[in-house]
Design a protein around this ligand. Structure first.
Ligand SMILES: [Zn+2]
Length: 157
């Protein structure tokens, strides 16, 4: 059994504050390096806090269910946030790659075109600038749409 698995079994006990000193030390040491266990302990503490606030020693199903649902919502929100950040990073990287990759191709095509018609070189730069602006505007529009969707989801929750 790995350290991680052992710690995972301690998490509910840690939330209930019934660990002995040695276990407490073990847990603290592991949490410094493992964000998964740290996040899970937070969820357990939330649940334990919800249980402690119950008026009767016998937890009513509804309240436990609600505490569990709240923990689940928080976890989902966290994952969604991470996913959105990943998409944003991907979009920006995509825009950059597209810009950088398209430049040599564009140079080549317009270069051949230029040698035939011999217009001013600054024309090439102008078209490239417009093209780059369009790519970035596309990325920006996607980012705005993403944040709008995120805000809508948050207002629904
Ligand atoms: Zn762990």
């Amino acid at each position: 059994m790995s350290d991680h698995d052992k710690i995972r079994e301690l998490l509910p006990l840690a939330a209930a504050e019934v660990l002995d000193q040695q276990e407490e030390r073990l847990l603290a040491e592991h949490l410094r390096t493992c964000s998964v266990c740290a996040a899970q302990l937070e969820e357990w503490r939330l649940l334990a806090g919800g249980l402690r606030r119950l008026p009767t020693p016998q937890p009513r199903g509804v309240v436990v269910e609600r505490a569990r649902a709240m923990a689940q919502i928080r976890l989902t929100e966290h994952l969604e946030h991470q996913w959105n950040r990943g998409v944003m990073t991907g979009l920006i990287a995509f825009a950059w790659i597209l810009t950088l990759l398209s430049w040599p191709v564009f140079r080549f095509i317009s270069g051949g075109f230029l040698s035939m018609l011999d217009p001013q070189f600054s024309h090439t730069w102008l078209v490239f600038c417009v093209f780059t602006t369009l790519v970035w505007a596309g990325g920006g529009a996607a980012a705005i749409l993403l944040s709008m969707q995120q805000r809508r989801e948050r207002s629904l929750a």
